[in-house]
Design a protein around this ligand. Sequence first.
Ligand SMILES: NC(=O)c1ccc[n+]([C@@H]2O[C@H](COP(=O)([O-])OP(=O)(O)OC[C@H]3O[C@@H](n4cnc5c(N)ncnc54)[C@H](O)[C@@H]3O)[C@@H](O)[C@H]2O)c1
Length: 326
Amino acid sequence: MSKVLITGGAGFIGSYVSRKLLDMGHEVVAYDAFVHYISPLKSVIKDYFELRFEGITDQVDFRRGDTRDKAHLRRVILETRPDRILHLAALPIADLSNRHSEEALTSILEGAVNVLEVIRDVDFVDRFVYISSSMIYGDFEEIPAPEDHPKRPKDIYGGTKYAGEVMTETYSRRYGIPYSIIRPSAVYGPYDVNRRVSQIFVENALLGKPITLFGGGHQALDFTFVEDTADGIIKVMFHDKALDNAFNITYGHGYTLREFADILKEHVPDLEVNVVEEEDVFRPKRGALSIEKAKKLVGYNPQVSLEEGIKRYLDVYQNLAVFDQK
Ligand SMILES: NC(=O)c1ccc[n+]([C@@H]2O[C@H](COP(=O)([O-])OP(=O)(O)OC[C@H]3O[C@@H](n4cnc5c(N)ncnc54)[C@H](O)[C@@H]3O)[C@@H](O)[C@H]2O)c1
């Protein structure tokens, strides 16, 4: 059995990976600075952290710490001696990365390099798993976009995530660090708090508020249910064929925002949908990513269509008191 240290382990994706790893019998250390990107005053679910770790709080070794603080990070890694390190900690929102570019650089790039620096000096870490993003590709020139698609990020988030990939590969070549790179996209599901489009749509629908489709709602995203993302991350983390390799881990299908809204409306018929033709020209034009490589090499097989994922998301939230205010 393995011991996995997850930077950003208390976050949305990290909590699902933690639960799955514990189910499989592995040990989990969650190294997390407990950062809020969205004002807590705007958060609908105030106890999301408790909900994320319901029933497993005592099984996770939580360590408060910031990846930018290399001395502390080193101390925790030396104390806990994980054999895998999954690196999720990062400012995770593209819009914020453009407004807070300094924070994006330190949080995304410096944090990743610090982890690599510590791994360089120890001999017990068998795999560094770097979580990148589909935003490194920029506008998709080919759909579905394969891993060798040109990398032309259009914002600071995509640029710094890509720089982190380059540094991961460089440290591996120079110091022999075994790594895997994962590029998720548009992950959605219960307990996301970063006000991504999926969260806003679902919460507004349950609170009786309207939703707005910008760009006419034609923009397609490879919406991926968080359980599939967690499953893909774990498959890549442990598979020999994923060694020193990069993978798209998504559902593998592009759904437009209008399609998302239509599915939501089937469950919440009163939902008011407003359409605005204006769009953000800096947002990369995306769509489906190719997941053939992950299917072939590590047996990744996502299970949850957007129809099913929205249903599961709503099912969980319908039991939360906060949505009874409607
Ligand atoms: N959610 C998505 O759609 C998506 C898509 C592609 C890539 N990603 C990447 O996946 C990762 C996790 O995203 P998420 O959606 O779970 O976000 P999240 O905000 O829920 O989780 C990030 C966690 O990292 C922690 N953190 C941030 N900076 C830190 C630092 N410097 N030191 C220690 N901890 C720190 C935060 O406290 C938080 O718990 C990020 O790297 C993000 O860029 C997410």
